[in-house]
Design a protein around this ligand. Sequence first.
Ligand code: THU
Length: 142
Amino acid sequence: MKNKPDTGEADHLPQAVRNELISLAISAKEKSYSPYSKLRVGAAVLTASGKIYSGTNIENASYGATVCAERVAIFKAISEGHREDIVGLAVVSDQAQPIPPCGMCRQVLSELPEDVRVIMAGNNGEFIEERMSKLLPYKFYL
Ligand code: THU
């Protein structure tokens, strides 16, 4: 992959990078428009050069028009010219436990580099970090 981040050959993003991504995802969550589910979700996408795009879930009275936080953040990054250089995504919610991206978001994530690190964080300090390819092993593709 081009512009591969220096992950120190480790299987995880550096702790400081992870904490920064999680904290920006938490800030994004404050902007959530979720009057129907009342579940606030925040996400933050990291590029190789260190740019971060955040997003939150935006619900709609026509429920199917709702967009998840992860997709808002990813679409913001892609629409600003990023995709191949995306290296990580963090997602948080109001729940104590880490929140895993929904199936539709995984399909969207699957168009990013396959070793993108997905950090799922709870607000109890617990987190899970996985490579995208592990979250959706048999992705749909054309
Ligand atoms: N939601 C997300 O933002 N990301 C996910 O991965 C799962 C679900 C949002 C969508 C909806 O606003 C609320 O959580 C309940 O499903």
